[in-house]
Structure formats: structure tokens, C-alpha cells
Design a protein around this ligand. Sequence first.
Ligand code: NAD
Length: 426
Amino acid sequence: MVKFGADPFANSVKQVHDACDILGIKDEGVRNYLTMPNKMMRVKIPVKMDNGKLRIFTGFRSQHNNDRGPYKGGIRYFDPEGGVEYMEREVMALSSWMTWKCALAGVPFGGGKGAIYINPKKENLSKNEMSRLTRRFAFMISEIIGPQKDIPAPDVYTTGLEMTQIMDTYGKLNGVTHQPAVITGKPIPMGGSLARNVATGLGTAYCVREAAQILDMPLRDAKVVLQGFGNASTFAGEYLEKMGCVIIGASDSKGDILKPSGMKMKDLQKWKAKKGTVVGFPGSTKVSTEKLLTAKCDILIPAALENQINAAIAKKIQCKIIGESANGPTLPEADPILYKKGIIVIPDILANSGGVTISYYEWVQNNTGQYWGFVEVAKLMENHLVTGFKDAYELAQNKKVDMRRACMAIAVKRVVEAFELRGVWP
Ligand code: NAD
């Protein structure tokens, strides 16, 4: 993995300023309003461990903007190299990206993000310890979340189980037996939506398909490299494979592999399930992260963590399309290099917006009590993403800017419209 160090919040601030430049927004007050989160909550989470000892964890919930609707964004359990202070900045940035993602996707939500500084894969906490940690965190943030206030969702190393525990804790604290609309990404029996589990990867695949059409690049036998092998990347891989692509590279926290002759997703998944990593997959070669990202391929899907593609890597990247399934995988210094090389970068706020779009439809189903089928929900999501892609591509061509700037400009414009309609109170 590329070393941490870059400040993701500073990157998110720069992206907002870039969008303001395109839109001709000069007012410093408005610019500051758009960059800073409305609220940042840092909480102490005391947990009684199985051995009877007390352990204190740190958690965050950042609420960036709610001019267009309730805050929306995932909760991740992770331990970035930069430590707790880095994580605070990371969560602020991620909440800002959620604001722009929801605006671009055209779903009536603002941006939020949460996290606990813990790596459940490394720490081996018991199920009961994890449950106590999640429920205590839910209690700590319960005053600021709610179906019309702030609706969390899963993210790195959190699943439908944690979402159910947060929903259940929230319901108990608020004297309601069932309040599914407080959180999305729930399992189906808890009011989850069909297609939510595949949404992020499927949305990335739809965007890649649109970009390939523009480049007149057939997807049949197009070579794909996946970075990460979790929810976002496996479904991106599966759907791209269904569209005719061949997966030639993959990675996870244990390492990176390449097999230029191709690997079937189903076999890779079986291997990962058996061995706990993609590393060692028969016929593959273990490579460095840099080698993986710069391998000769047509489509690169960064789907692990932020700050992966820096200027040095961008110079060596050989693909034609980058579909950012992860949040913030590309550093601002890399964008102009990739643009000059003619690579279509589908930015995170578009490429991974399938997740939040289906989360929106999960919330709608929870609020109305009417539930839809997989195809219906996936089609609704496809419309949002294809429209977003086409709007952004057109603006990018007109303004001669990259797709990230175009997407940000569309999103910032929508939030500014809502902000101006509301006005500042008091
Ligand atoms: P996940 O927990 O399912 O998977 C994360 C993957 O990253 C795992 O395969 C893990 O092994 C890998 N990883 C961790 N450290 C790594 C390292 N050092 N090198 C290579 N791989 C490493 O998480 P996810 O939900 O797939 O999220 C991945 C990215 O996608 C994140 O940036 C997340 O914010 C973004 N995202 C996810 C969703 C969603 O709905 N799941 C939605 C929008 C954005």
C-alpha cells in the first residue's frame, strides 16, 4: 500500500475550491461553508472486555451538510496508519464526499460519515465484545442520528450485523420496536433492500460500461485490475466479468497478485474464503501494490482505501479507465497527470454512488412499507448513475476539465442552490 501521510480533508477542501472556480463562486464565506462539516462528534466508547477489563475506544460521526436532506454516510471500523487524529480528518473528508455524492446522484440526502478506531480483523474481538462496542457507539451517537436526521450505513469492515445492532439500539433508546429507516445496508429480514449488497460494485460496473462506450472500447476481454477484495471490489469484478471483462489482478490487506491470463471471480472468491486472502491464488504472482496499480490493463478499479494513486504512480499507470469504487483513492496531484494521459477517471462520488442510491431506495421502502424486487431497484439505480455520468461527461467536455472537477461542479451547484433557497438562520 502507498504510505499514508496526505491529509484527506485537505484534499476534499481543494476539490470544493476547484468546483467553486469552475462555477465562478468567489465568496470566501460560501466556500468555507461548503468545505467545513456542520458538526463533528468525537466520542469515547467504554467497553467491558470478556476478561473483565475496561477498554476505551474512540469513535467519530461527522455531519458535513444537510441542505438537501438528512445526513447520510457509512460507519467504518478501521485503524489507519496515521492513528486516531488522522482518522478524524479522514472522517471529515469522507462526510464531505458523501454530500457531493448524494447531490450528484440526485438523492435527497446530505453527507455524513462515522468511524471507530479499531481493526476487527487484526484485533480478534469476540462477537460479544464487538456487539458491546457497536451498541455503545450507537448509544453515543444516538442523539444526532435518526430517520430524518442522519442515516448511517456500512463501510469498511462493517456489515448488516452492525447495522442491525445500531438499529436495535436506536429503537430501544427511542421506545420503538422497529425503526428500520434509521440505518441502511440492513439484512433483508431487517428491512434491507434487494440489490443493496451488490450496489456499489454494480454501480461502478455501469459507470465503466458508459466510459468504455465513449472510448469505443469493447468490454469483451477487456483486462481488469481490482484493488481490494471486499464488498465493492468483488461485485464490481463480478459484474464486469458478466459484461465480458477478464480479471487479471486483485489484492487485499495481505498482498497483491497478478495473473495476466485471467482469473475467474468465482475461483478467486473460493480461494479467498478458504485461505483468507487472494495471495497464493494458483498461477498468480505476488507483486507490490505499485506493480498492481501500474500493471498493463484496460480498467483499474481501486476499491480498498484512500491515497493509493499518487503522482509517481499516475505517471506509470497504463489503463484506459479508472473506476474509483473506493473513496478518495487518487491524490489531487495525480489528477492532472491522468487527465493528460487521456485516462477516463470516473471519480468516487460517481463510481461508487450506487451504494448510497440503493440506500436511498432502502430508506424509501422502509418509510412506505412497500418492498420492491431486485431488478426494479437495480434499474432505478442504473438511471441515476447513467444520468450522472452523461451530465458529468458533457460538462467535462464543455469546460475542458476532468470528470472529477465536472462531477464536483454539478454537485456543488446543487448544494449551493439548496443553501441559497434555505438562507442562513437566524
Ligand atoms: P470491505 O470491508 O468489504 O473491503 C475492504 C477491502 O479492502 C478488503 O478486501 C480488505 O482486505 C482490503 N484492504 C484493506 N487494507 C488493504 C490494503 N492495505 N491493501 C489492499 N487491500 C486492503 O469494504 P468495502 O465496503 O468494499 O469498501 C471498500 C472501499 O469502497 C472503501 O473506500 C469504502 O469507503 C468504499 N465504498 C464502499 C461502499 C459500500 O457500499 N460497501 C460504498 C461506497 C464506497
